[in-house]
Ligand binder design. Structure first.
Ligand code: PGA
Length: 254
C-alpha cells in the first residue's frame, strides 16, 4: 500500500501574519477528518519552519523543507542542513525542484546526493523530475526522466525504496497548464517502469506525486489515476480554500 501525499510548496511566499491566518483556516478545515494513510505536508520558506511548527500542533499537517544541502555541516554559506530541518520539525524535504535545477544549475548527480544526505538525516526526500516543453516536443521526454531517476538509483541503491518522486513537467509549473490526466498517468507509469527495472518491490512501494498547476477542480481526477499517489501543489497551496479542497479530495480517491 503506497502512502498518499498532498504536498504544499509555498516557494518564496508567506510572512508572519499570512502564515498564522493560513494555519488557523487549515486547522479549522482539516479538523475531525480521519486521514488514515494520507499525509498533508507543508514546505514553507525555511525561515518560517519554527513558527509553523508551533502553529501545526492541532492539525494533521507535517512539515518539509523546500531544499536541503548535500553537506552535513561546514563552510557552506546560505545552505541549510538536513539535521537543521529535522530540528525544526521536518519529516520531508523537496529536492531537485525544477526551479533549483534550472536557476541554480543543480545537476542530476547533485540532486541524487542531496536525496542521500536527506535520508541519512532521517528525512524523506521528495525528488522532483520532469521535462521541458522542448524535450517533450522533440521526443526526449522519457530519456530525460529516465536519466534523472537513474542518477538517484545509482546513488541510493537499495535505499531508493525510501524516497518519494514527484513528476512535474516544467511547462506545467506556474503556467496554468496542467498536464492532461492521460499525459500525467503515462509519465507516472513510465517512472514506475524505470523503478521496476531496478526492483519490482521498490516500484510498488514508492509514491509518485504529480505537480504542475494543480487546482481543486483537477485534483480529484488526477488522484483517481492508478499511478498517481498524490499531488505537489504550488500556487493553489497559498489559497486556503483551494488547498483545503485539494487535500479533502485525496480522501475520496482510491
Ligand atoms: P504550481 O507549482 O502548482 O504553482 O504549478 C508546483 C510546483 O512548482 O511544485
Amino acid at each position: 500500500m503506497r502512502k498518499k501525499l498532498i504536498v504544499a510548496n509555498w516557494k518564496l511566499n508567506g510572512n508572519w501574519a499570512f502564515n498564522e491566518a493560513m494555519m488557523s483556516e487549515l486547522a479549522l478545515g482539516l479538523k475531525q477528518v480521519q486521514w488514515h494513510d494520507r499525509e498533508i505536508i507543508l514546505c514553507p520558506p525555511a525561515i518560517y519552519l519554527q513558527q509553523l511548527n508551533g502553529l501545526l500542533s492541532d492539525t494533521p499537517i507535517l512539515l518539509g523543507g523546500q531544499d536541503v544541502s548535500e553537506q552535513f555541516f561546514g563552510a557552506y554559506t546560505g545552505e541549510i542542513s538536513g539535521q537543521m530541518l529535522k530540528e525544526l520539525g521536518c519529516r520531508y524535504t523537496l529536492v531537485g525542484h525544477s526551479e533549483r535545477r534550472v536557476r541554480h544549475q543543480e545537476t542530476n548527480e547533485l540532486v541524487a546526493s542531496k536525496a542521500k544526505t536527506a535520508l541519512a538525516c532521517g528525512l524523506i526526500p521528495v525528488i522532483c523530475v520532469g521535462e521541458t516543453r522542448e524535450e517533450r516536443d522533440s521526443g526526449m521526454m522519457n530519456a530525460v526522466i529516465q536519466q534523472q531517476i537513474q542518477s538517484v538509483i545509482n546513488c541510493l541503491k537499495a535505499d531508493i525504496s525510501d524516497v518519494v518522486f514527484a513528476y512535474e513537467p516544467i511547462w506545467a509549473i506556474g503556467t496554468g497548464l496542467t498536464a492532461s490526466v492521460n499525459q500525467a498517468q503515462d509519465a507516472h507509469e513510465f517512472i514506475r517502469g524505470v523503478l521496476k527495472q531496478h526492483e519490482e518491490l521498490c516500484a510498488q512501494k514508492v509514491s509518485i506525486l504529480y505537480g504542475g498547476s494543480v487546482k481543486a477542480e483537477s485534483a480529484q481526477v488526477l488522484l483517481e489515476m492508478p499511478d498517481i499517489d498524490g499531488l505537489l501543489v504550488g500556487g493553489s497551496s497559498l489559497i486556503s480554500s483551494e488547498f483545503l479542497a485539494i487535500s479533502l479530495s485525496s480522501l475520496n480517491s482510491k
